[in-house]
Design a protein around this ligand. Structure first.
Ligand code: SR1
Ligand code: MG
Length: 423
């Protein structure tokens, strides 16, 4: 396949023939394409994902489709998201080495990325639904977020390079548009593609949509998302975008990458741990998930602690960008001034992440794109009860985010809501 042929979607039947002369793929898995085994494993909302295995190994072939896979060709979506994914992966690898799959090949016209086949990794969301406690995820994800968010910002980058990169990713318009509508607006009115567990949640949904403070907060967060081009975000950092083994953690799928507020990735990620927490009751047998719930709250605490520690370390050792220059602080003997500014920046991330987390919870229960944590709870009354608690939690942290001062406070709230009998 060359970049000159017009785009054509791959299939299990055509992949081996079409990629048989691809040198990068042949070098990785073996030249004899007739021996390749191809499986389509994409379970996301947008793309095709193939595992291709040959005589000497395996690789992932990921291809964008010209529409939203979840909805069909009535919702066109540009192929260029593959370009943004490729460029985000190269930056993430440079800024947080070893945290993303290795890239073997990229074809812009075919919207195709050939990359490392992570095995025996599974999707983090699946592991959490199964009740598996992964020992390293908090450390690995906390480091990934601190390193990519700090090193992609004006705290670290050469201004001219950052502005050029910002211009490049500013063209990821359609994927931002998905987030702007699906995350920040649709959950709060009767949008066409919304769905929720009905009739069980009808009353609560009506209540949330009539909640003026919540709607205003969601729009303030949307404003922040669109206007605060602070750093290169992953843009869709949920537990379905992370692959794990007991030892290893890799972030995948940054096709929503763009320059936005640091707190967005952190908030979205923590929201997925809290949703996992509220969904555990739907997956437990005879109270067997108490330890899992405690583990999830510990993961939240540790992720935030690792993020803060690494971010602070980078602040003290790599603050070479145009913001909060050392020439104004350390070079003047004012180390405390630099620490005061760091506190301010971390506090802003904290306040905003709570807002982003709250609305991420809402959109996964009220909007188009639900998550398997709740969706795989077959008993609808039980599912609705888990979802109702999560909705209540999400509302509280979004609306009261400026009055919440510690991660323990948030976890205590989650634990209290989980214990309530009335929902
Ligand atoms: C139509 S796309 C819906 C969702 O899937 C992606 O994974 C993003 O989370 C997006 O919001
Ligand atoms: Mg994705």
């Amino acid at each position: 396949m060359t970049g000159k042929l017009p785009f054509e979607a791959l299939s299990v039947e055509t992949l081996a023939t079409r990629l048989s002369t691809n040198e990068a793929l042949c070098a990785k898995i073996g030249k004899d394409a007739s021996a390749w085994k191809v499986r389509e494993v994409g379970d996301g909302n947008l793309n095709l994902v193939f595992i291709v295995e040959g005589a000497s190994g395996g690789a992932i072939v990921k291809q964008a489709l010209p529409y939203v896979r979840l909805v069909g060709d009535s919702w066109p979506l540009p192929l260029k998201r593959s370009f943004f994914e490729y460029h985000a992966l190269t930056r993430q690898e440079a800024r947080a080495p070893g945290s993303v799959p290795a890239i073997y090949y990229f074809d812009e016209v075919q919207a195709l990325i050939i990359m490392e086949y992570l095995s025996p990794h599974i999707i983090l969301r699946r592991a959490l639904i199964e009740g598996r406690q992964l020992p390293n995820i908090a450390r690995d994800i906390g480091l990934f977020m601190a390193r990519t968010l700090f090193r992609g910002s004006d705290l670290s980058m050469v201004t001219k390079e950052r502005k050029a990169d910002l211009a490049l990713f500013a063209d990821n318009v359609e994927l931002c548009d998905i987030t702007e509508n699906l995350v920040f607006s649709d959950p709060y009115f009767d949008a066409k593609m919304n769905r929720h567990t009905s009739p069980q949640l009808d009353g609560l949904v009506a209540e949330l949509r009539a909640d003026r403070d919540l709607k205003v907060e969601a729009q303030r967060l949307k404003h922040l998302f669109t206007a605060n081009a602070e750093t290169l975000l992953h843009g869709d950092l949920h537990s379905g975008s992370i692959m794990v083994t007991d030892q290893e953690t890799r972030m995948i799928d940054p096709e929503f990458a763009f320059y936005g507020p640091m707190a967005f990735d952190v908030g979205m990620l923590l929201a997925n741990f809290w949703m996992s927490f509220f969904s555990q009751r739907g997956h437990e047998q005879k109270g067997m998930r108490d330890a899992m719930r405690a583990y999830l709250l510990d993961v939240v605490v540790e992720t935030w602690a690792v993020f803060r520690t690494e971010f602070s370390h980078l602040w003290r050792t790599e603050r070479t960008g145009m913001l909060y220059q050392k020439s104004l602080f350390e070079d003047q003997g004012d180390r405390l001034g630099a620490e005061q500014a760091l506190d301010h920046v971390l506090h802003q991330i904290w306040t905003d992440l709570l807002g982003f987390a709250g609305i991420e919870v809402h959109r996964r229960i009220l909007g188009l794109a639900h998550n398997a944590d709740f969706e795989t709870i077959a008993d609808e009354d039980l599912r609705a009860s888990c979802e109702a608690k999560a909705l209540k939690f999400g509302r509280h942290i979004a609306v009261n985010r400026r009055q919440i001062h510690s991660i323990d406070e948030v976890n205590n709230l989650a634990a209290l809501i989980e214990q309530e009998n009335s929902i």
